[in-house]
Design a protein around this ligand. Sequence first.
Ligand code: ZN
Length: 234
Amino acid sequence: MDQNKPQEEDYGYNLFPERNSGKFQKGSIAESLFTFNHKCQVMLQFAMETSPYAKLLLGAMKSSGCAVYKDRHFSCEDCDGTVSGGFDATSSQIVLCQNNIHQQSHMNRVVTHELIHAFDHCRAHVDWFNNFKHLACSEIRAANLSGDCSFHNEVSRFNFGLRKHHQECVRGRALRSILAVRKVSREEAEKVVDEVFDTCFNDHAPFGRIPHDKKDANFAYRDFENRDRYYANL
Ligand SMILES: [Zn+2]
């Protein structure tokens, strides 16, 4: 695999010019920042190459004319609090919080979640700042399709109806995401989420289904690839 013989230009270091000086002292803060950043880059690369969720989204964006490049569209940074990532619509960049993502499975979920926002941004010309419904819709889709709610399903499968629990989890996560990025009341956020919930919860593009686990995501990815092949043969 590529990450065993890393090439410097693949790691997006050019996004962090101050870290390019090569003057890191052993044990210095600069060195530990560099290490965090390096680990984040390696995990990102691994997610892009191996996660069926990420691969499908990257493929779908490429087919829609929004090819995603690791160095241009991702940025590993330190973030406040417990935030894991974000999508910056003004620069079309996905921020990955290198100080809060420590495991590959977490990285895979964050990359997928943020790529769903990027996909929505690409296909729908989302008005993130003025149309509150657009933001709510994309957060519902990201929570529903990224696997954010799959772990909870595994745990509570025997206690709740699976479908209802999944919906509750998606609603709760979408609400939390909105409240984290917009200064609105909980009541207002709930109202908007409920208004668009059914439509956006049932919009499974580009997966064609809710990928509840990696197996589902692999099937969705295979369907996507076959669809491309079919069109290519016409
Ligand atoms: Zn989100």
